[in-house]
Design a protein around this ligand. Structure first.
Ligand code: FE2
Ligand code: FE2
Length: 192
């Protein structure tokens, strides 16, 4: 059976907490909204949005185990902070769960936490939606919600990534090595 939003949503509601599933619903709606503004496939955006946190509540030992058996790349930082693997492991497991799911959707799910050197428009859409969904109440999120459609999608992504990075630095979290690559490729030097 082809994976539809309804099917994916049902599975997400069954596996995540009420708050977790509600966040996924808001990301799906926000991703569809951003997609329609920037002429990105809204169906794929909504599907990736609802599925992005498939492994957000999975035990860290289980995440590492799944990454190891699923041949998902694991860095030293992933071992220290296995939560960072919840996107890539979700993409791996969703491909098995829904064999007909689009590779663009899987890429967007994989890249939603740290980004990726190659960011498609769909991946940027889902990344931004996760940062600015209406449940995110901090000032930077509402500022970003206010410029959807006024700046390019690349610029919106650059601002959202930069906001996430500032938060990581302010709270003195570890940075994943891919962050440097994504920052240099998609954030530094990108002009509105
Ligand atoms: Fe996430
Ligand atoms: Fe999320």
């Amino acid at each position: 059976m082809p994976v539809t939003y309804e099917l994916a949503h049902e599975a997400v509601v069954a596996r995540l907490s009420t708050d977790g599933a509600a966040h996924c619903e808001r990301v799906a709606e926000m991703a569809a909204e951003i997609a329609s503004v920037y002429r990105v496939d809204p169906t794929g955006a909504r599907l990736a949005g609802v599925l992005h946190d498939w492994h957000r509540e999975t035990d860290v030992g289980e995440l590492l185990r799944r990454a190891e058996t699923g041949d998902v790349a694991i860095t030293e930082i992933d071992r220290a902070v296995p939560y960072l693997l919840h996107g890539p492991v979700a993409a791996h497991d969703l491909a098995l769960e829904y064999p007909d799911i689009g590779s663009d959707v899987l890429e967007a799910v994989a890249a939603h936490t740290c980004g990726a050197p190659v960011m498609s428009a769909l991946s940027m859409t889902v990344y931004v939606a996760d940062v600015i969904e209406p449940g995110r109440r901090y000032a930077r999120a509402s500022e970003l919600r206010g410029v959807v459609g006024d700046v390019t999608l690349g610029e919106l992504f650059a601002r959202a990534y930069s906001a996430s990075l500032r938060h990581l630095i302010e709270t003195r979290r570890r940075l994943h090595p891919v962050t440097f690559e994504v920052y240099n490729l998609h954030v530094a030097g990108v002009r509105p």
